[in-house]
Design a protein. Structure first.
Length: 268
């Protein structure tokens, strides 16, 4: 099969995800702690305020948001940008230039392969947590909202991949890029709505964030689940996701073409 090599790369990503099982399960447990903290935080906020709505969210909507924002952030999280920087810095990228493997496709297949195992565990944990909150009478949401979230999630995953793949090209110009990646990741983490709903920043900043691609990786799909979006708004949002994917894929192609020329000139 012509594309069998990429199937092997996808399998490699799955194997790599489970290579260090103890570390894997510790990471899974660790990602739940901030979610539980936020649940208790917002229960306290709503309890002390006595208001039915905070930041435009009811208690039920906010609890669904904080749980699924954490889950979605984990599902789409990258990390390969550091590996790419190492490939560029240490010359490992050179082998991909002489082999019949496209580097973008290689990285994408490894990324998706790693998410196959991770998604099953993370979504199961989220389902159990949401079920517990539902049984306690704290939350409720419809089947249509779940469907909208499922439809928005692939776009969020691919969009976050192309964002970080484009950013990873910085390593062609910046030798020690780890600190820069970490800083940019923090900015994106906040701008995506993973920490808090973007409405916490006020209308002006929320509108600004809505013009950027980051809000369509977490804030948008989670709002589809909380019921804050109509079917038409969700459909428009999914369309915007894929427009951003096309734009950023073109940007990453341009960045990498320019960067590879620099890499070749330095390596030569």
């Amino acid at each position: 099969m012509r594309n069998n090599k990429y199937v092997k790369v996808l399998q490699l990503g799955m194997q790599n995800e489970m290579e260090y099982r103890a570390n894997y399960w510790l990471q899974m447990a660790g990602f739940m702690l901030p979610i539980m903290t936020q649940i208790f935080l917002w229960l306290a906020v709503f309890g002390s305020s006595g208001q039915a709505s905070v930041l435009g969210y009811s208690l039920s909507e906010m609890l669904v948001y904080v749980v699924m924002a954490g889950v979605t952030g984990k599902l789409i999280a990258t990390g390969f940008e550091y590996e790419i920087a190492t490939d560029i810095k240490e010359g490992g990228l050179a082998k991909f230039m002489v082999q019949p493997v496209h580097y973008f496709a290689y990285r994408f297949c490894r990324f998706i392969g790693g998410k196959v195992i991770q998604s099953a565990v993370v979504l199961l944990a989220a389902a159990i947590l949401l079920l517990c909150l539902s049984l306690e009478g704290q939350i409720s949401f419809g089947l249509s909202h779940i469907l909208l979230y499922i439809l928005a999630l692939p776009g969020a995953l691919v969009l976050n991949f192309v964002v970080y793949y484009a950013l990873s090209g910085i390593a062609f110009w910046v030798t020690e890029s780890a600190g820069l990646f970490y800083t940019l990741s923090l900015v994106i983490y906040v701008a995506s709505g993973t920490v808090f709903p973007l409405t916490i920043f006020g209308d002006a900043l929320a509108r600004l964030f809505s013009l950027l691609p980051f809000s369509y990786t977490v804030f948008f799909p989670v709002n589809a689940l909380t019921g804050k979006l109509t079917v038409l708004e969700a459909a428009e949002g999914i369309g915007v996701q894929w427009i951003w994917i096309a734009v950023l894929a073109a940007v990453s192609r341009w960045v990498w073409q320019a960067g590879v020329k620099r890499f070749v000139s330095v390596g030569g």
